[in-house]
Write a protein that binds this ligand. Structure first.
Ligand SMILES: C[S@@+](CC[C@H](N)C(=O)[O-])C[C@H]1O[C@@H](n2cnc3c(N)ncnc32)[C@H](O)[C@@H]1O
Length: 266
């Protein structure tokens, strides 16, 4: 409760914060020629992540699971409607998973360019197979998302984060949102579709399903309504929940925000 109150007042992870278990910044950012830093980078393990359905062996069943436990068709179609994509848009899907957003964007036929990034190679193999014959320009990349990791792609003007934030720790939620902010141009738009604030029956269902599968630590900040706070903290403006969907696993919110011209608060 105390932690939540602090977060609501905006006392959240600072931009320079470390991921749990990650190296201190001074070692990681030493000059390129520093042999200690070089050796350190070479031995630094890849950050860990939670696969789409919580466990790697469940990845092939993710699509079926998400379809009937989240009323996926309803919220995802609405998300695409709210994004109002046109042929001029470049959409970056962070944590693209098995490519369900890519499929829908493709089916919608706006001509928008879709770019997806995800650390899970097995999920992206499914995504690639599903969009193999896609008429639009759909591209996926395996890796941990940072603004730098997609620098060689066209600059996106819209970024989507679907069902990712409830699966990562508080510092990683904040980091992902800051990286989304960094890779967008002024006026760029962010869309988050994820479990949001849970109240009443939704809180109970969320506890009995998602929190049992994904654990409480990563999911509770979402249930406590912190996602919009973190979006604002990352520097986004005009943060608003545009729709909320009641499902058998808790309520899912679509949150929209945009990047204004002003510099991000440090
Ligand atoms: C529940 S799945 C959602 C997949 C997809 N966005 C969707 O809407 O179906 C969460 C995805 O986030 C990815 N993920 C987990 N940790 C991540 C991180 N730190 N950065 C980016 N993606 C991450 C996982 O690999 C997984 O594919």
């Amino acid at each position: 409760m105390f932690k939540t109150a602090r977060l609501r007042r905006g006392i959240v992870a600072s931009p320079g914060c470390r991921l749990p278990g990650a190296p201190r910044d001074d070692a990681a950012t030493r000059g390129k020629s520093d042999p200690i830093a070089k050796a350190y980078r070479m031995t630094r393990p890849e950050p860990t992540y939670t696969p789409p359905a919580g466990y790697h062996f469940l990845t092939p069943f993710y699509d079926r699971g998400v379809a009937w436990t989240t009323r996926e068709r309803r919220w995802r179609e609405q998300l695409v409607r709210h994004m109002a994509l046109t042929g001029a848009d470049i959409l970056l899907d962070v944590g693209a998973g098995t490519g369900n957003l890519a499929v829908l964007v493709d089916r919608q036929g706006s001509g928008a360019r879709y770019l997806g990034v995800d650390p899970d190679g097995a999920a992206l193999a499914i995504a690639r197979a599903k969009t193999y014959e896609s008429p639009s320009k759909t591209e996926f990349r395996t890796g941990h998302f940072t603004a730098e990791s997609v620098r060689d792609w066209p600059v996106p003007n819209k970024v989507a984060l679907c069902l990712v934030l409830h699966q990562v720790g508080l510092e990683e939620k904040a980091r992902l949102l800051r990286e989304c902010w960094k890779c967008l141009p002024d006026g760029g738009e962010l869309y988050v579709a994820d479990y949001g604030e849970q109240t009443g029956l939704m809180r109970l269902l969320f506890r009995l399903t998602i929190q049992l599968l994904d654990g409480r630590t990563d999911t509770q900040p979402n249930a406590d309504g912190l996602v919009p706070v973190l979006v604002r903290e990352a520097g986004f403006r005009n943060v608003r929940e545009i729709e909320r969907f009641r499902t058998i696993t808790g309520s899912i919110s679509i949150i929209a925000a945009h990047k204004a011209g002003a510099p991000r608060p440090v």
